[in-house]
Design a protein around this ligand. Sequence first.
Ligand SMILES: [Zn+2]
Length: 91
Amino acid sequence: MASRIIEGYKLYKNNDVIIEHYEPDHVIFKVKNNKNTDYYIVSMIYGYWNCDCADYQFRNQRNPGSFYCKHLQAAQFKLHDLLENKKEGNS
Ligand SMILES: [Zn+2]
C-alpha cells in the first residue's frame, strides 16, 4: 500500500498528471502510463474516485472504496496542489 503512495507521488512529481476537466464536484485527470504513451483516466465525481486501470478495477470490485491505485494517488496529489494554488491566487 505504502509503495503505491510513493509511486503515485513520483508520477505527480514528474508532471505525469494532467487535469483534463475541473469543476468542484467533478474532476477528470489523465495520468501517464510510464510503460508507453497511453494515459489512464482518473475521475472524481462528488467525492467518488475511479481509475480505469486493471489494478484498480480488479481490487475495487473485490472491496469497494478500500483501494487507491498509484494513478489515483497521483491525481490526489495534483488536486491538492491545484486547490492550494487556487487559495493563494485568491488571497
Ligand atoms: Zn489506476
